[in-house]
Design a protein around this ligand. Structure first.
Ligand SMILES: [Fe+2]
Length: 352
């Protein structure tokens, strides 16, 4: 998601960005002091529906929600910089791999909540309570409707077949989505088989890894390649875009939920945790419980064409059209455990 830069330049960029981060009424004075009527949220999300939900939360609880929006990496760097003086109570970010890193870097604290445990399936939250899933996304196989018969492609493992030579599109292995997905393959298949898979996919690349998930979809439409590994909501966004050209692009792409006869498709989350030094811890937990409640779940997931974590919540119409699927129920904390191994495998096998 974030562009990479040399660490010196990166630090400078981050401090510059820290200054210009969209900050909505965040009180920097009074850092670290308990304020019963406030909860400070650091979020990678910037949807209007989130703001509406936070207002609803305030209506119900009299707790003001103050939001700082920035990219996940910027928010984590900021939390690290601020340390115990941070005004943040809640971190909302994407990918269990990244939440695991936040936990490892000491940026989160454990929470025990019956409401969270009841609402969120066990595999979508940290067994120790450091982070909780709010929405789910699926790592799907997107393909050209014109040039690919979906029957030809059922599992992630199929991407190594000879028929896909010169046709596979992917982003770089630096990306947390790819790292977490490979970590799930290491957990399912073991490191040797996972590495053989990476080598096979690399051999079938249509071009060197580049761009974000949307760029992979654009390159399918442009005929650069025929099949891509992407998160499901990127296709949902195109199909529901305001711009007709984007919608047309979305219609050229078909989607496959992989590994339906086996372990299921790899799912990941956007998730939430209470920050290590939260001045308003109780309010933070109340906000999290609100976000997994019935009222919030549909709107929160639908804003980005994701799936609610809570059972029995209606999905966005596009997701209903795609239909039901089998999801891998590997506990997402295990992705974090295999994170480093996945990075090394990518490196050895030449997925740059
Ligand atoms: Fe994304």
């Amino acid at each position: 998601m974030a562009a990479s830069a040399p660490s010196g330049l990166r630090t400078t960029l981050l401090s510059l960005l820290g200054g210009i981060i969209l900050s909505m009424g965040l009180l920097l004075a009074g850092c670290g002091e308990e304020d019963e009527s406030v909860v400070n949220v650091y979020s990678h999300r910037h949807y209007d529906t989130d703001q509406a939900l936070f207002e609803r939360f305030t209506e119900l609880t009299d707790i003001q929600v103050r939001v700082v929006s920035a990219s996940a990496d910027e928010l984590m760097a900021r939390l690290e910089r601020e340390g115990p003086a941070s005004p943040a109570d809640v971190l909302i970010t994407v990918d269990a791999g990244r939440l695991h890193r936040a936990k490892e870097r000491g940026l989160l604290q454990p929470v025990e909540s019956a409401a969270l445990a009841e609402a969120i399936p066990a595999h979508l939250r940290d067994p120790e309570g450091f982070w909780f899933g709010l929405t789910q996304r699926v790592r799907i196989l997107a393909h050209s409707r014109e040039r690919v018969d979906p029957e030809e492609l059922r599992d992630y493992e199929d991407l190594t077949r000879e028929r896909w030579e010169g046709r596979v599109l992917a982003r770089t292995s630096e990306n947390i989505y790819n790292i977490s997905h490979l970590a799930s393959m290491v957990a399912a298949l073991g490191p040797e088989e996972a590495e053989a898979w990476v080598r096979g996919v690399v051999a079938n690349f249509a071009r060197p890894p580049q761009g974000n998930d949307t760029d992979q979809l654009r390159d399918i439409a442009a005929g650069v390649g025929d099949v891509a590994l992407v998160n499901s909501y990127y296709v949902g966004r195109l199909l529901n875009a305001d711009d007709e050209a984007a919608r047309e692009l979305g219609r050229q792409v078909g989607i496959i939920f992989p590994n339906q006869d086996g372990r299921g498709a790899h799912v990941n989350i956007s998730g939430v945790g209470v920050t290590a030094h939260a001045p308003n811890r109780e309010n933070a937990v109340r906000l999290m419980e609100f976000l997994v409640g019935e009222e919030a779940q549909r709107a929160f997931a639908e804003a980005n064409f994701e799936y609610p974590v809570r059972e029995g919540i209606e999905w966005a119409p596009t997701l209903q059209e795609w239909g039901d699927f089998r999801a891998d129920t590997l506990n997402l904390e295990r992705l974090g455990e295999h994170n480093n191994e996945a990075v090394q495998i990518f490196d050895r096998a030449g997925w740059r």
